[in-house]
Design a protein around this ligand. Structure first.
Ligand code: ZN
Length: 302
């Protein structure tokens, strides 16, 4: 179940650089074909633009193949105005993100639609981040998500063992962070062992170009990275009141990728990078999504 803080003030939606459907369509076309249109079937560079539909179609001048700028993006097959998607992406980039409930109220869509939009964006950034390995000065912690070491206790019932890894700036600050849940028995929370740390490194680190230090022992973790895991917990808890474990990995990816986008520059840069990711990653259908994430909160839609 998701909740929120209705009293919190949202930024006005006109902060979005795109103010019309046409703006959004043109932005997508520019990202899809940065060097001009190229036929996806025969690579012919000339086309005619058919503008009778909501989203223009491009017809190849040689083989007559028709394609839409939405093909191969997370927007493919959407019936919503693109402007609502662009607004959703802006709100997704708020410091702590946005719950589906709030998004549904702000952009005037059903709860189910808002839930699906946010999960499609999460899917895109998760896929994107999987392809970007950690490289350079890399630290890896065997940590617990939802654990307060100062009180020596688990902060809430959905605590989980994680392996966290990061690249580190010259100043010693975590830059590119990944937090991965460790599969475990529901009743017993234990830290990741050395084998699981090694598996994380194999999957997520560019080994040849990195100097890797791993921290398997609870009281000797790399402190700046442990801090990021705790910040992730605080941020996710403030936006999504109670996250089930089934959803948690997607939300952890949301937190770490948004954090990384924020480090990369100002608001316009963040928005542009998120849009690039959403254009580069093919969409996931509702059925694929719920196959991956069982028990979507549809009943709460209203
Ligand atoms: Zn063609």
């Amino acid at each position: 179940m998701e909740g929120g803080h209705p009293e919190t003030i949202l930024p006005p939606l006109n902060c979005c650089r795109y103010t019309s459907e046409q703006d959004c369509v043109e932005a997508l076309i520019a990202l899809k074909w940065p060097n001009g249109y190229i036929c996806p079937r025969c690579a012919h560079p000339h086309c005619s633009r058919l503008t009778t539909r909501r989203i223009p179609l491009f017809e190849c001048g040689k083989c007559a193949y028709q394609t839409s700028p939405l093909v191969g993006t997370i927007f493919e097959g959407t019936h919503l105005p693109l402007l609502k998607w662009f607004q959703a992406m802006e709100l997704f980039l708020l410091p702590d993100g946005i719950s589906a409930m709030r998004l549904s109220r702000v952009i005037h869509v059903t709860y189910k639609t808002a839930w699906l939009m946010l999960h499609k964006i999460r899917h895109a950034i998760g896929e994107f981040d999987t392809r970007e390995l950690l490289s350079g000065d890399v630290k890896v912690n065997s940590d617990l998500y939802g654990f307060d070491p100062s009180r020596g206790q688990l902060l809430y019932s959905r605590s989980s063992a994680v392996v966290a890894g990061c690249t580190v700036t010259d100043a010693g600050e975590p830059e590119h962070v990944k937090i991965q849940l460790v599969p475990q028995n529901r009743r017993e929370i234990r830290r990741a062992n050395r084998r699981e740390l090694a598996a994380f490194i194999t999957e997520n680190v560019e080994i040849r170009t990195s100097e890797i230090q791993s921290f398997p022992i609870a009281y000797r973790l790399y402190t700046p990275l442990r801090k990021v895991v705790r910040e992730a917990w605080g941020s996710l808890r403030s936006t999504y009141v109670a996250l089930g474990r089934k959803y948690l990995q997607a939300y952890l990816n949301e937190y770490t990728v948004r954090r990384r986008l924020r480090l990369s520059g100002g608001k316009a840069t963040m928005s542009h990078k998120l849009l690039c990711i959403c254009v580069a990653i093919p969409t996931i259908s509702y059925h694929q999504l719920i196959a991956r994430i069982p028990n979507p909160p549809l009943v709460a839609a209203a």
